[in-house]
Design a protein around this ligand. Structure first.
Ligand code: 13P
Length: 249
C-alpha cells in the first residue's frame, strides 16, 4: 500500500516567531495516523522546526538544496547542511525554482541525484504551464520532466521519491485542476513510471497533487485513485486548514 501524504510548502513565508506559532497550533490538531504529514519551512527555521515537531507525527523538509557537496556557491545550502540539522527530505524541481531561478531539467536532475546518493527523500515537482496545457502538450512536457529529473535513478531509489504533479496554472491562482484532470495526469505519470521501471514499483510510489488545494476541495481531489495526497502552498500557512486537508482522505 502506498503512503498517503500531505506536505506543506511554506515558500518564503513565516519568520521564526510565526514558524513556532504555526507548528504549535498544528501539533494541537488531530492528524490521521495513516497520513504522512510534512512541513517545509524556510532554511533559517529548519533547525528549530525540526526540534519543535519532536514527539509529533509531523516531519520537516527543505524547499531546495544545491547539487554540490560544498564550495564557493554563495547563498546556497548543501545536502550535508540539511542532514546536519536532521532534515532528510527536500522539495526539488518546484515550478518557482524552474521559472524564477533558472533551474533547468538538467540542474534539477543533478540535484535529485545528489539528494538520493546522500540518502535523502525527494519530493519531486513537475507540471505544465498554461500554454502547454492549452496546446495539448501537457503529457509530453510532464514525461520529459520525469525523464530528465528521475529516470536515470535505479529502481532501488524510487522508494525515496515522492512525486508531486503541480500544474503551473493552478499554483497560487485559486484555480485547481478538476479532480478528473488531476486523476488523468496522475494515471499517466504512474503508467510512465511503469514503462520505465515496472508495474509494482509504479504502484508503490506516492503521487501528490499541488495547486490551490484548500480544505473545501481536497476531498474531491484526493478521491482520484492515483492521487495519494497533496503538496499544499497557501493553505499550509493556516494550521487548522492544513490539518483539515490532512483529514480529507
Ligand atoms: P498553492 O497551494 O498556494 O497553489 O501552491 C501550491 C504549491 O506550489 C505547492 O508547492
Amino acid at each position: 500500500m502506498r503512503n498517503k501524504i500531505v506536505a506543506g510548502n511554506w515558500k518564503m513565508n513565516m519568520d521564526t516567531q510565526e514558524t513556532d506559532a504555526l507548528i504549535g497550533t498544528l501539533k494541537g490538531q488531530s492528524l490521521p495516523a495513516d497520513v504522512t504529514v510534512i512541513i517545509a519551512p524556510s532554511f533559517t527555521n529548519l533547525d528549530r522546526a525540526n526540534q519543535a515537531v519532536k514527539g509529533s507525527k509531523i516531519t520537516v523538509a527543505a524547499q531546495n538544496m544545491h547539487q554540490a557537496s560544498h564550495g564557493a556557491f554563495t547563498g546556497e545550502v548543501s545536502v550535508d547542511m540539511l542532514k546536519s540539522v536532521g532534515v532528510d527530505t527536500v522539495i526539488l524541481g518546484h515550478s518557482e525554482r524552474r521559472s524564477d531561478f533558472g533551474e533547468t531539467d538538467n540542474i534539477i536532475g543533478l540535484k535529485v541525484a545528489a539528494a538520493i546518493v546522500n540518502g535523502m527523500t525527494v519530493i519531486f515537482c513537475f507540471g505544465e504551464d498554461l500554454s502547454q496545457r492549452e496546446s495539448g502538450s501537457h503529457f509530453s512536457v510532464v514525461k520529459k520532466q520525469l525523464e530528465k529529473g528521475i529516470f536515470d535513478l535505479p529502481n532501488s531509489a524510487l522508494s525515496k521519491v515522492i512525486f508531486a504533479y503541480e500544474p503551473v496554472w493552478a499554483i497560487g491562482t485559486g484555480e485547481t485542476a478538476s479532480p478528473e484532470q488531476a486523476q488523468e495526469m496522475h494515471a499517466f505519470v504512474r503508467k510512465t513510471i511503469a514503462e520505465r521501471y515496472d508495474n509494482a514499483l509504479a504502484d508503490s510510489v506516492s503521487i501528490l497533487y499541488g495547486g490551490s488545494v484548500k480544505p473545501n476541495n481536497a476531498n474531491e481531489i484526493f478521491a482520484g485513485k492515483d492521487v495519494d495526497g497533496g503538496l499544499i502552498g497557501g493553505a499550509a500557512l493556516d494550521a487548522v486548514g492544513f490539518a483539515a486537508i490532512a483529514n480529507s482522505f
